[in-house]
Design a protein around this ligand. Structure first.
Ligand SMILES: *[C@@H]1O[C@H](CO)[C@@H](O)[C@H](O)[C@H]1NC(C)=O
Ligand SMILES: *[C@@H]1O[C@H](CO)[C@@H](O)[C@H](O)[C@H]1NC(C)=O
Ligand SMILES: *[C@@H]1O[C@H](CO)[C@@H](O)[C@H](O)[C@H]1NC(C)=O
Ligand SMILES: *[C@@H]1O[C@H](CO)[C@@H](O)[C@H](O)[C@H]1NC(C)=O
Ligand SMILES: *[C@@H]1O[C@H](CO)[C@@H](O)[C@H](O)[C@H]1NC(C)=O
Ligand SMILES: *[C@@H]1O[C@H](CO)[C@@H](O)[C@H](O)[C@H]1NC(C)=O
Ligand SMILES: [Ca+2]
Ligand SMILES: [Zn+2]
Length: 603
């Protein structure tokens, strides 16, 4: 399908301007295994490409099918592959074309294409692996052509007659690579005859294969040869711009964001808007890609004011990136549609929760300075993350260039949605609000830890221009560095002060889990790992849904213990109890905020 559309952009722009966004009417049915929607060219041409569903089979042991037919030893790899596939899939050998293959030890692999009337099907391919005369596996997207509507094999429209329209639509020029004639399977099962040509644009580095209907002249599909997306940002492992930026290619996690960060599978953008996040400088449009192919590579320069154009662009991209990483990793840990997350539309096959609520990121929000905030309305309405400028340094700094601040803010959205089932009404007491602040710092701390050696952690050190950051003490397992304990809640009358006590307890819990279970670098992609830092995040997020509305420290600690009982069969009970107790939140602690160091006898 090929259509011009800008409605996605319009809708997101509307979302940027208000917190009260109606659920968007995107179809629930998404097709991430077989389709890819791209937005191409200056005019937002939306192209949906189709790749027929795969069959993938693996075999082992004596049940593996034999490929030994006739004089096996003398047959070529191509003939062996063709005869196996044709009998396996019920397709005549005349319709299977050998393309390429290789032999490695006793393993032989063949790549084949389906064909009709000697014309190959562009998007219908198969690969077969043999070990000796046994078939080890095969994958195939071959289609049943018996019942398909197949276009006549004689072209009636030449590609040169429509070339200028195609070039114009794709914003690229024919590159003199010979055109080929290929069949193309459409998602409705029909099979079109196409001229396949390549077009390129040296200025934007775009490079596409265009599939032009040889009977109508329409553009039916494209292959995009260029890597998809790149972002020049502060990687989430680093704290802020002071540690430098890098250009990351395709950082999106396709399990969490199957259409990437700029599409919901139906509509696409070429700017800092997508299914999870819509980001812009307040009062400005989202930032557009700096070059063809979703490249967002503005360079931040903190010797210049944050409001110069390139700095604004870089800051929006950085915030967009961090919030999308937060979406993607928490999705794997269970913050999904059904658990009231922030998305414009549902991922393929997912139901539950209200959609139409991507996070709206307002960078350089003029409503404040030296701070940031996150407004969490109920599920179905966009969360709004507002980042401010900081004027502590001579040249002002932008909160959106500081990873830990963005993560802290996003965590408000996550904790408010997971506590109490998406109502956003359950972190309203002073104590629960304090827990909320603590979770924000603890999440940023977790993201920044990078080895079995748990380091002390300071918040907002870059914008505040001080190594100690903006809290009273860095978070630490060393009571000489951070002495905060449960009894300090007696004198804490403000959410951030309360939050510091909680975040420091969680820092100690984290360190104890990592000491006992180790550290895994794949924390963002492997929620099922057994390392301490992964277990910590499991308990962090699981406990939110378990704890009551407006929880206290004591109830939240119990929710951690219950989460551990549920998910890990109580394996970490003593580690958790001991760590909480070391900061006064032992099992005997009550709402008088007196330190208690009780743990179960077996601990
Ligand atoms: C297609 O038709 C042929 C001939 O009738 C038959 O042998 C084959 O099994 C059919 N293929 C499929 C996939 O149904
Ligand atoms: C392209 O087509 C021309 C004309 O048919 C032919 O002479 C030439 O060898 C082809 N080039 C390639 C690289 O296949
Ligand atoms: C690349 O830019 C040059 C100079 O602006 C222009 O003449 C040329 O047409 C552009 N190329 C394409 C493929 O758009
Ligand atoms: C972890 O981060 C710290 C602070 O940036 C750095 O000094 C250290 O080398 C990093 N360690 C690893 C294992 O990457
Ligand atoms: C983690 O394990 C669960 C249950 O086995 C599985 O459904 C899920 O896909 C796994 N997650 C990842 C990211 O591998
Ligand atoms: C509470 O416990 C902490 C850590 O053990 C300790 O440093 C602090 O002095 C205690 N506070 C009170 C009031 O007992
Ligand atoms: Ca939602
Ligand atoms: Zn906060």
């Amino acid at each position: 399908m090929v259509a011009f559309t800008n409605s996605f952009f319009t809708l997101i722009l509307a979302a940027l301007l208000t917190t009260y966004v109606e659920a968007a009417p995107w179809p629930v049915y998404k097709r991430h295994g077989t389709h890819r929607v791209r937005s191409i060219g200056k005019r937002g041409l939306t192209v949906s490409t189709y790749h027929p569903k795969n069959t993938f089979k693996t075999f082992s042991g004596p049940d593996a099918p034999s490929a030994a037919v006739g004089n096996f030893a003398k047959r070529s790899l191509g003939d062996t592959a063709k005869s196996f596939l044709s009998s396996e899939l019920g397709i005549s050998e005349d319709n299977v074309e050998y393309k390429s293959g290789y032999t490695e030890g006793s393993t032989r692999v063949a790549f084949v294409k389906q064909s009709i009337n000697g014309i190959p099907l562009a998007n219908s391919v198969a690969n077969i692996a043999f070990n000796g005369d046994k078939v080890v596996s095969y994958g195939s997207s071959f289609v049943d052509t018996n019942s398909s509507k197949i276009a006549s094999p004689e072209p009636t429209v030449g590609w040169r007659s429509v070339l200028s329209t195609i070039e114009d639509n794709l914003d690229a020029k024919y590159n003199d690579h010979n055109a080929t004639l290929e069949y193309l399977v459409q998602s409705d099962g029909s099979i079109s005859l196409t001229h396949v040509i390549q077009v390129q644009n040296q200025n934007t580095s775009a490079w596409y294969e265009a599939y032009i209907d040889a009977h109508s002249g329409d553009l039916l599909s494209v292959t995009d040869f260029v890597a998809d997306a790149s972002y020049t940002v502060v990687p989430v492992e680093r704290l802020s711009f002071s540690e430098g930026t890098v250009t990351l290619v395709d950082p999106q996690n396709l399990q969490s964001s199957p259409f990437g960060w700029h599409s919901d599978g139906t509509q696409s953008s070429t700017s800092t808007t997508g299914n999870n996040v819509a980001a812009s400088i307040v009062g400005k449009r989202p930032v557009s890609q700096t070059s063809r192919g979703l490249n967002f590579n503005a360079q931040y320069d903190d010797t210049l004011d944050p409001t110069v154009t390139e700095n604004q662009q870089a800051a929006v991209v950085n915030g967009f990136y961090v919030l999308n990483v937060m979406h993607d990793f928490t999705y794997l840990y269970g913050f999904t549609e059904a658990n009231f997350n922030f998305q414009l539309g549902e991922n393929t096959g997912k139901t539950g929760g209200q959609q139409g609520d991507p996070v709206v990121l307002r960078v350089q929000d003029p409503s404040g300075v030296n701070n940031a905030n996150f407004a969490t309305p109920p599920d179905g309405q966009s969360g709004v993350c507002s980042m401010f400028l900081w004027d502590i340094t001579d040249v002002r700094r932008d909160g959106a260039m500081e990873t830990d601040i963005i993560i802290h803010e996003m965590t408000h959205g996550i904790t408010n949605r997971l506590t109490g089932g998406g109502t956003a009404r359950c972190l309203q007491t002073l104590e629960a609000g304090g827990l909320g602040e603590g979770w924000g710092d603890a999440m940023a701390n977790w993201m920044n830890q990078n080895s079995t050696q748990t380091r002390d952690f300071a918040m907002a050190a870059y914008v505040a221009n001080t190594a100690e950051g903006i809290r009273q003490f860095p978070y630490s397992t060393d009571p000489n560095v951070n002495p905060l304990s449960y009894s300090d809640l007696r004198n804490a009358n403000e959410v951030h002060a309360i939050g510091e006590v909680w975040a420091n307890m969680l820092h100690n819990v984290y360190a104890a889990l990592v000491d006992s279970l180790g550290f895994d670098d794949n924390k963002l992609t492997n929620p099922n790992g057994s390392a301490g830092n992964i277990v910590f995040m499991r308990l962090f997020l699981d406990s939110l849904a378990l704890q009551p509305c407006n929880p206290t420290f004591v109830e939240t600690r119990d929710a951690w213990l219950t989460a551990d009982a549920n998910r890990f069969n109580g394996k970490n009970k003593c580690t958790l109890q001991t760590a909480f107790a070391s900061r006064g939140l032992g099992l005997g602690a009550d709402d008088n905020f007196v330190n208690d160091s009780t743990v179960d006898p077996e601990c």
